[in-house]
Ligand binder design. Structure first.
Ligand code: SAM
Length: 247
């Protein structure tokens, strides 16, 4: 019988952000496929999971590593895929393997947990009833065209951005979006976690005066967006009172 592929979410900073099911899965599988073996060994070491065979699966070997992992699964081995942080396949390697596993009619099981995306959305004071997750923009070619397109979507847009492009992204948002409000979630779950809200100009002023360090999620909401506003009134329309909630 074929084995199962588990897609396992791991912490984005704070090592306690991992589920019991994720730990039990990592303990139980025959093989763990991971982006950076040193990084994953630290996590496994922290939770006393030792002697687990690891296999590198990253952006540069996705095809060959996928073949190897599919072969292991077809032989009946169980495999967990983790990335360096958060949920695999979300701006991380994973999709190629998941697609191949489905093509071979193998069982693919999500072991859900944290992602910088959902963590940022969960603390957003700007409307996120509808949003478009963009992840990383292309660094150069096609970047401005993509931003223009995103500005036309009339939706809240969520970006991942590196520290050295944060100021550039804020300037671009200012250029392409109408009266944008921006939330920046920096270093979520870590010591220097910060949630900042303002116009691109205000946020640029803050970051221009310091060395920009850390990891960032940027949420943009533009004023002219005609999408459904998340007022307290319509929120209750779409969410049952607490007594009816499935807690
Ligand atoms: N798979 C991950 C997930 O589920 O969020 C995302 C991996 S992607 C390679 C890394 C990017 O995610 C970072 O550049 C940053 O934009 C965002 N990110 C990851 N950890 C973060 C954190 N602790 N705080 C804020 N953003 C974070």
């Amino acid at each position: 019988m074929s084995g199962t592929l588990y897609i396992v979410a791991t912490p984005i900073g704070n090592l306690e952000d991992i589920t019991l099911r994720a730990l039990n899965t990592l303990k139980a599988v025959d093989l763990i496929a991971c982006e950076d073996t040193r990084h994953t060994l630290k996590l496994l070491g922290h939770y006393g999971i030792s002697d687990k065979p690891l296999l590198a699966y990253h952006n540069f070997n996705e095809r060959t590593a996928t073949e190897r992992i599919i072969a292991e699964l077809l032989q009946g081995k169980s495999v967990a895929l983790v990335s360096d942080a958060g949920t695999p396949s979300i701006s991380d390697p994973g999709f190629f393997l998941v697609r191949a596993a489905h093509a071979h009619r193998l069982r693919v099981v999500p072991i859900p947990g944290i992602s910088a995306l959902t963590a940022a959305v969960s603390v957003s004071p700007i409307p996120i009833r509808y949003f478009h997750f963009e992840g990383f923009l292309p660094p150069k070619k096609g970047r401005q065209a993509r931003l223009k397109h995103l500005a036309s979507l009339c939706s809240t847009i969520i970006f991942y951005e590196s520290p050295h492009r944060l100021l550039k992204l804020l300037s671009e948002i200012e250029l392409h979006f109408a009266n944008p409000t921006v939330m920046i979630a920096r270093e979520l779950t870590k010591l220097h976690e910060e949630i900042l809200l303002g116009s691109p100009t205000e946020l640029k002023a803050k970051f221009e005066s310091q060395k920009i360090l850390g990891e960032f999620v940027v949420i943009v909401h533009c004023d002219t967006a005609s999408h459904y506003e998340q007022t307290s009134e319509n929120f209750s329309e779409h969410h049952p009172p607490e007594s009816h909630a499935d807690l």
